[in-house]
Write a protein that binds this ligand. Structure first.
Ligand SMILES: Cc1cc2nc3c(=O)[nH]c(=O)nc-3n(C[C@H](O)[C@H](O)[C@H](O)COP(=O)(O)OP(=O)(O)OC[C@H]3O[C@@H](n4cnc5c(N)ncnc54)[C@H](O)[C@@H]3O)c2cc1C
Length: 441
């Protein structure tokens, strides 16, 4: 369960062009397709909440903030502090926050004087990531994309092993859950959300149908799961496997001398309900209101040593997270994370929720997810040089990396998708991402 906070200008210089571009794409997409109703898009006011222990350490419990040391994305990522440490100039001073009734987070049970508005509604926003992904997938399928899900890419093969220029195939292991009668429950066109992994291809009117039609090679049964292997043609390959990118890269390019470094930063989170933040009735047929309801992002610190982040959402949920760890091991499958949830982390978050929102707040969901962190703290959006793929089959159109988005993968998602598609097509990219090409450090 991810959050979906979006920012226009909370990024380091190398990421800024992509950050702004992506934020604008989120707004345009929402305006064009009814994003408020369909995926909970909304503007969001950002607040910093000073709590008593902040005095010794500076805002957000981070000593470096008190000493005015310059901060980078990497500092707060690695130290588990708040993402607001990257904002050097809050846009609104405490004295100016009087009269900001329409953006004030009424669901918080705290002293209003301790709150400072740090971002305007026009430069920060929110989406429900699951609903946004569902919408995007629907559009992809409607436009001819073929989805194999859940699936794992396991090998690259040349159709003619003696000719390095012959077409390349990707060997996929498609995993299906089977019911009591041994029937498969999965289908290539109806994705489930408990993904193992997925692979997509674009059907093309210029491509030969036989080359595009996956050929099924073999079946095997594994517990209540059945796997079948298929091969699909591959002109270009985009590896966008988050924290699993190094594993996928090593599997597909076993002779490569170096592998992109992406490490996991896990985060526990809760979804809460409070009677002080009721759901907004959102009617898909209603005339869009001229002044949309503003959601909230609240950043604070806690004496237990972490930096809680809270977000009120269009659907009447409040999301609470910020309890992060770089030592929790990455599970083999993304869907295994749920079984790794720590009870003590959930208790810590629940205590914070009650302190900040009142004892009557109700926990309705618990989650654990992994952010992909690259060594620079910035995403990697790059075409891989052929020599870095090592000996062996490779797609003729090239291999691209889109990973390492850390805490900003939802905000940067639309821009990254657009830019990577332009790279694959050999076009000039909409924004300059040269600063994001470093992956072999
Ligand atoms: C608690 C938490 C809160 C967050 N909040 C925000 C936020 O508010 N705003 C924001 O912008 N970002 C947020 N993020 C960050 C954001 O979720 C990530 O940056 C983003 O999910 C990264 O996307 P990705 O597609 O690169 O990787 P993932 O979302 O991790 O997806 C990688 C996929 O690759 C698949 N895969 C693995 N192995 C293989 C294989 N062999 N073959 C094929 N596929 C494979 C996996 O199954 C997985 O589905 C948050 C993250 C966490 C953990």
């Amino acid at each position: 369960m991810l959050l979906g906070f979006l920012a226009k200008d909370w990024f380091s210089p190398a990421v800024s062009p992509l950050g702004e571009f992506s934020y604008d794409l989120h707004r345009q997409l929402a305006e064009q397709w009814g994003g408020k109703e369909r995926w909970g898009w909304s503007e969001s006011a950002g607040w910093s909440l000073d709590r008593p222990n902040d005095e010794e350490t500076g805002k957000n419990g981070d000593p470096a903030v008190a000493s005015n040391e310059p901060k980078t994305d990497l500092d707060w990522l690695m130290n588990g502090t708040s993402r607001t440490t990257v904002i050097t100039n809050p846009q609104v001073s405490p004295s100016e926050t009087n009269g900001l009734d329409d953006v004030y987070p009424r669901w918080l049970q705290t002293d209003p004087a301790a709150l400072q508005l740090i971002s305007e509604r026009t430069t920060t926003g929110q989406v429900d990531p699951l609903q946004l992904c569902r919408f995007l997938l629907e559009q992809c399928l409607a436009n001819g994309v073929i989805l194999h899900h859940p699936a794992r890419a396991t090998k690259l093969i040349k159709t003619n092993p003696n000719d390095p220029n012959s077409p390349t195939l990707v060997h996929l292991e498609v995993v299906e859950t089977i019911d009591d009668k041994g029937h498969s429950e999965s289908s290539t066109s109806s994705p489930r959300t408990d993904s193992i992994s997925s692979s997509i291809e674009r059907s093309s009117s210029s491509g030969s149908t036989s080359a595009r039609t996956p050929s099924i090679r073999e079946h095997s049964v594994w517990g209540d799961r059945r796997t079948r292997s298929i091969e699909i043609s591959c002109d270009s390959l985009v590896i966008a496997a988050g924290c699993w990118t190094p594993r996928v890269y090593r599997t597909l390019f076993p002779n490569a001398k170096k592998v992109p470094k992406v490490s996991p930063l896990s985060g526990h989170s809760l979804i809460l309900k409070s009677k002080r933040w009721p759901a907004e009735i959102v009617d898909a047929n209603a005339v869009p209101s001229s002044l949309p309801r503003v959601c909230h992002a609240v950043f604070t610190s806690d004496p237990s040593g972490f930096s809680p982040e809270m977000f009120s959402r269009v659907g009447g949920d409040i999301w609470l997270g910020g309890l992060n760890s770089s030592t929790l091991p990455l599970p083999n499958l993304a869907s295994d994370a749920h079984g790794m949830i720590s009870r003590s982390s959930i208790r810590t978050l629940t205590d914070v929720a009650k302190k900040l929102c009142g004892d009557d707040v109700e926990v309705i969901e618990e989650a654990l997810c992994f952010r992909p962190i690259a060594p620079t703290g910035n995403p990697i959006v790059a075409k891989v040089k052929e020599r870095d793929l090592g000996e062996g089959p490779k797609p003729n159109g090239g291999v691209f990396l889109a990973t390492g988005h850390g805490p900003w993968g939802i905000s940067l998602s639309l821009g990254t998708g657009r830019v990577v598609s332009e790279m694959v097509l050999g076009k000039e990219t909409s924004v300059n991402v040269d600063g994001l090409s470093k992956w072999d450090i």
